[in-house]
Design a protein around this ligand. Sequence first.
Ligand code: ADP
Length: 271
Amino acid sequence: YNKRDEIGRFIKGFNTMRDHLKQSIAKQQLYEKNRKELIATISHDLRTPLQSIKGYVEGINDGIVQNEEMKKRYLHVILSKTNQLNRLIDDLFEFSKIDLDQLVMEKQLVSSDECFTNILQDAEVDLKQKQVQLVVKRPIPDVVINIDPKRMEQVFTNLLDNAIRYGASEIEITFAVNVHKMTLEIYIIDNGDGIAEEDTERIFEHFYRGEKSRSRDHGGTGLGLAIVKSIIKAHEGEVWAESKIGQGSKFVIVIPVKLEVTYIYTGSKPD
Ligand code: ADP
């Protein structure tokens, strides 16, 4: 029994406790800082289109609009800014659910081919309207995956939407799926602006937007990819981007394949 050992142990324990406390305070401070930044960004993103709408409505109200064509132009801006606000609020709502861990997944076993064919079919009309060329590499492998189809559709809606918004003048999107051992790899490749290599990780942070996206007013919120990442994480999967400025972007999603299931329930009994 040694008094000095005891004091030594006491000091060590005390130091550990102090370090923990310091870490926890630092964490709390960072959280507080992020929260403040978040509120500032949201306020800014809500105020900008709202001010623009107000300006155009006042313009019409004050009789500045002299002819039909000008009126049409004013209304077009108002509608587009309203859509932007709508999108921001929708995204915020989705994002708040993610943040509160309330994103409920309704997973079911589905055929990958059927799932992606459905999603692409749903997107087709919109893509045609926007004159986007969609190249689907077939065949799409048919394996069983355990997913929430609605959430998965949201993932592709967000990715396709980005590919269009950050697209070149003639947008071409390639969609391909590969099976690699126990995982399904999904690729969405565009021929758009591309992303700075050092940004490819940060774009998945909430409210992070590329420099150009902010200044050129692409009408985004900086939440789309954060939502994508959370949904893919809830599927025990991973998502990342590979890109360089001016070379288009490639988004890769990897989700597990469920092999243990031998048939999919389609409403009728299997033989
Ligand atoms: P938003 O598009 O609303 O800004 P996202 O979270 O969807 O937010 O994307 C974050 C950022 O990533 C965008 O601001 C943009 O700079 C970049 N980005 C996303 N997808 C693409 C793409 N397909 N091509 C080029 N840049 C992209």
